[in-house]
Ligand binder design. Structure first.
Ligand SMILES: [Mg+2]
Length: 347
């Protein structure tokens, strides 16, 4: 027994009375004691036997070498603190372990207290700065009380770091959620909840390559509300907005989840129908046309009726969305000229 160990023992004798406080339900602080000296292990255990911090007891795990400590730490990331001897299997084993913990494991939370019997081997100041450790103690200096005080201070720091980590994680989760929301909003037409042009282009790219891959057809449906300007002029823009919302709702109700509706202008819409042939698209367009025409949209005690004209074009062999939309628009133009509230197909 060294002189210092005897001091620790006498401290323990004074404090020998068993703890009267009921065992806390909180998990204990996990402390790793890395030292190749059995007596240091034993004394440390005795010194900390009845110590509690924040009503949490201590659980001590011993490691007789830096190698053993590495294995333990790699299996269990929940240690709050490690007491690390410097000279073990090599003269710098403890310092190498600290570097491993910080640099390789990227564990910045665990508190590290170094204890050495040979202070000459690792100058205190450079060690504390270079290796991110909380305390550097010469074993000859360590009284039981000083060890306990240092450990408590380190656990307090660990507690703050853990709280900050938790807060950061919560904040990051909130930022990620908000970012996802904003990305979604940036893709939507704010008034109707239909997709916008940017979303259409993105969705079309994915759908077109899927259809290309699977050899399935894709048809584009363009539609435009008839005399919509008259609705705004007669009833005002709030009612016009209501009509647009209603039309989107009616159309969405008739579409499959794989179809995609976008508002690309004031009263202009595009629907992507992946997997639908031009004939299939014609049936869907007809259902939407009728559903819109039969709506009686309430407006200031009256009702507004609206119709829409449609143009249909299948995706061409060039797989160009732009080209298909241009042909659907040309067909739509013909439907308008032929008297509106009807569907025209690309020939
Ligand atoms: Mg040693």
């Amino acid at each position: 027994m060294t002189e210092q160990n005897n001091a620790a023992m006498s401290f323990l004798v004074i404090d020998e009375a068993p703890p009267t406080v009921a065992k806390s339900q909180l998990p204990p602080w996990k402390i790793l004691v890395v030292d190749d000296d059995d007596q240091v292990q034993a004394v440390t255990r005795m010194v900390l036997r009845h110590v509690q911090f924040r009503e949490r007891a201590f659980t001590l795990v011993g490691a007789a070498s830096a190698k053993e400590a590495r294995e333990i730490l790699l299996q269990d990331a929940s240690f709050a603190l490690a007491l690390v001897d410097v000279v073990m299997e090599t003269k710098t084993a403890g310092l190498d372990l600290v570097r491993f913990i910080r640099d390789e494991m990227k564990n910045r939370s665990i508190r590290l207290i170094m204890r050495t019997g040979q202070p000459g081997h690792a100058p205190e100041q450079s060690v504390v700065i270079d290796y991110e450790i909380d305390a550097y103690m010469a074993k000859t200096d360590i009284s039981a009380q000083k060890l306990v005080t240092t450990i408590i201070a380190s656990l307090r720091a660990f507690e703050y770091i853990s709280e900050i980590k938790t807060l950061n994680a919560e904040l990051e989760a909130r930022v990620a959620m908000r970012t996802a929301e904003l990305e979604k909003l940036a893709m939507l037409d704010a008034l109707t909840g239909a997709g916008n042009r940017r979303h259409l282009e993105q969705r079309a790219e994915a759908e077109i390559s899927a259809c290309q891959r699977e050899g399935k057809p894709l048809t584009v449906l363009a539609f435009d509300l008839d005399h919509f300007k008259k609705v705004n002029d007669t009833w005002g823009h709030p009612i016009g907005d209501l009509v647009l919302q209603k039309v989107v709702q009616v159309a969405k109700d008739l579409l499959r989840p794989s179809d995609f509706l976008a508002r690309i202008g004031g009263e202009e819409f595009i629907i992507l129908l992946p997997g639908a042939s031009q004939a299939g698209a014609l049936q869907i367009a007809e259902r939407i046309r009728v559903a819109i025409a039969v709506q009686a949209i309430p407006a200031n005690g009256n009702t507004v009726n609206i119709t829409a004209s449609f143009g249909i074009a299948a995706l061409g062999e060039d797989f160009s969305l732009e080209n298909a939309i241009a042909r659907a628009d040309a067909a739509l133009y013909r439907a308008k000229n032929a008297g509106r509230n009807q569907i025209a197909e690309d020939k």
